[in-house]
Design a binder for this molecule. Sequence first.
Ligand code: EPU
Length: 357
Amino acid sequence: MLVEKNVPLQPFNTFGIAAKAMSLVRVQSEADIDALLADPACKAAPKFVLGGGSNIVLTGDVKPLVLKIEIMGKRLVGETAKAWIVEAGAGESWPEFVPWTLHAGYPGLENLALIPGSVGASPVQNIGAYGVELQDRFDSLDAMDLTTGQRFTLNAAQCAFGYRDSVFKHASSQAGDLPGFGLAGKALITRVRFALPKNWKPVLGYADIDKKMAQNPAWRTSGLPDALQIYEWICEIRRAKLPDPQVIGNAGSFFKNPTVTAEQCADIIAREPKIVHYPLADGSIKLAAGWLIDACGWKGKSIGNAGVYERQALVLVNRGGKANPVTGGEVMTLAKSIQTSVYERFGIVLEHEPVVV
Ligand code: EPU
């Protein structure tokens, strides 16, 4: 096991923020964690698990021991009457894994095309887009306890998925949680298995996808689009409105879409008739955070090298590129200014999505 010192993290976070890991270990297998825990200094050290770096804001050099997950492999591991069970190592790239499944003949992940990050990080925030969330295609995952090295497997219920949420985002001592509920900072996901439906049907119904259907009328006569077609459409839709992190550093949606009660929503609509809102099954209302930020005039604005993307106000970007990168401090100053504006105008608290390190 090699502990690397003072490792630049700029290539390993999609914002492109320049910071260093004081110490970093590359984890390519479960045995690497066994070796790490056999070393008393490493066992005792606080640890930070780094996946694809697509959901983090680095505000300085990282002092905890960084575990860079490089566990690879993609394969079919089983099947049930209803689904293909496909497994991927936590270090696999999500945007490469999705087309691999489709070309191998296992549809179901196409709506989650082009989401930056690693397979291992995908269950942590229950990634979702265009009407599909990871939990809809999840079978189980393997993980290791970072203190004891013990291996364990979790099913969907044990992952406690919610909107951009899971057991991996909660600390066990968090008020209101059952004892032992949270796994934040305690577990390392090594492999994830997906149940991809044999009786596949496209998930349509999003305005952007409906627009693609309307622009391609051939589908009206030849039946519904196949998974690869949907994949290509989603790639086109995302490329049109979301910045490619290889070109402009960013961490995807910076804030979660807030939910309010029907009464709160009615109150806001009375003042702001154009507000974009979606009723949810439980009676609450989801508001489009991008719209709220846009309405406060933030689109295209910057503080230092931190900017609000011109085509989607929910995305904060690095305007300094690789040479003069944004700092985590600038990103968080911009985020706080946006939160203040949205709160002052709408009375709504926006919660940020990325983990601030
Ligand atoms: N809108 C504006 N101005 C903006 C941005 C959005 O008015 O600057 C309006 C749009 O016109 C639209 C509404 O807000 O009516 C919603 O926008 P959009 O369809 O782009 O989706 P979103 O709610 O902003 C969410 C996810 C995205 C996901 C898309 C598509 C969250 C936090 N974000 O964005 O996920 O790709 O839906 O399903 O839930 C991510 O998590 O990194 C991410 C990109």
